[in-house]
Design a protein around this ligand. Structure first.
Ligand code: 13P
Ligand code: SF4
Length: 310
């Protein structure tokens, strides 16, 4: 039996479900029960009747599932799968901001720790941020964090003037504007599909700005044969599977002096391997734990998000 077959067998024996983000390795997506963007993973966790959820993504996604399902066992193949964006806002700094500005409504991107969510009024993802911000009173002072690029984009499409945290995702903020301009010349007519975590100069060149799910849906629903994709390259697997006759061209990142990284992969997402997934199911570890008081506080803004997304 190979790893994938053994994983499926363990899922059956243990009534476990595997949920994977679109940025994970192709073989992880292929063995999963469910693949989705951050919002879909949270929604799916809320309705699963499995006893064990194995979240193949990054740590905050496992925490979100655990907060939504406190009585289920939530596993993640590698506890080191963090997120540079979530790391850009500490609970300590957010607490200090709130003490100085108690009048602010705090809107946090789902890419945050459980502690930060516990200090938040409403959580959003890139799928529902616009929809949720538009439901808040027009004159409410809002702090949006931690993603500065997404916040800027939401300000531009809603006309709001939210105060923005200065955080960013290291993968999305390093895409090369120059490379994108060259690719646009090389592939005239190819729509540019960009994730809103990209910087404003990239978004200004995009035809479609949306969550991983929204970008995938666009490619499925349109007739163009070629697409320039400005997000983590893991999404190409599902795009190519869903649209085998179309061509998806990943836009490269800038070559930073001394680093020379030419990949647009999130190294945290890539920590999820078939071997770790197998061991994690077999040993039922590592398990995500969220202290009860933090989970109770963090559940409220997540539930508000799920209710406001309907
Ligand atoms: P979405 O899946 O919500 O588009 O999020 C992107 C992301 O960066 C996840 O880490
Ligand atoms: Fe975090 Fe960026 Fe990786 Fe998404 S792609 S998990 S935002 S570091």
């Amino acid at each position: 039996m190979n790893h994938s077959e053994a994983i499926r067998q363990l899922c059956k024996e243990k009534n476990a479900v595997i949920m994977a983000h679109y940025y994970t390795r192709p073989e992880i997506q292929d063995v999963a029960d469910f693949i989705g963007d951050s919002l879909a993973l949270a929604q799916q966790a809320a309705k699963t009747d499995a006893d064990i959820i194995v979240l193949c993504g990054v740590h905050f996604m496992g925490e979100t599932a655990k907060i939504i399902c406190p009585d289920k066992k939530v596993l993640i193949p590698d506890l080191n799968a963090g997120c540079s964006l979530a790391d850009s806002c500490s609970a300590q700094d957010l607490r200090a901001f709130k003490q100085q500005h108690p009048e602010y409504t705090v809107v946090s991107y789902v890419n945050t720790s459980a502690e930060v969510k516990a200090l938040t009024d409403v959580v959003v993802t890139s799928s529902n941020a616009k929809h949720i911000i538009e439901q808040l009173p027009p004159d409410a002072p809002i702090l949006f964090g931690p993603d500065n690029n997404l916040g800027n984009y939401i300000n531009s499409v809603t006309g709001r003037q939210m105060t923005l945290w200065n955080g960013a995702c290291h993968v999305h903020s390093r895409f090369s504007v120059q490379a994108l301009l060259q690719l646009k010349e090389q592939y005239p007519g190819a729509p540019v599909l960009a994730h809103p975590e990209c910087k404003a100069a990239i978004l200004a060149l995009a035809d479609v700005i949306g969550s991983t799910q929204a970008l995938l849906n666009y490619a499925k629903q349109h007739t163009e044969q070629q697409y320039l994709v400005v997000t983590e390259s893991g999404i190409l697997h599902e795009m190519q599977k869903a649209c085998p006759d179309k061509t998806f061209i990943p836009v490269p990142p800038e070559i930073t002096e001394g680093i020379g990284c030419s990949c647009n992969e999130c190294e945290y997402m890539r920590l999820n391997t078939l071997e770790k997934l197998y061991n994690c199911l077999l040993n039922e570890a590592p398990e995500i734990q969220v202290p009860r008081d933090i989970a109770e506080q963090a559940r409220k803004p997540i539930q508000r998000m799920l209710d406001m997304s309907k």
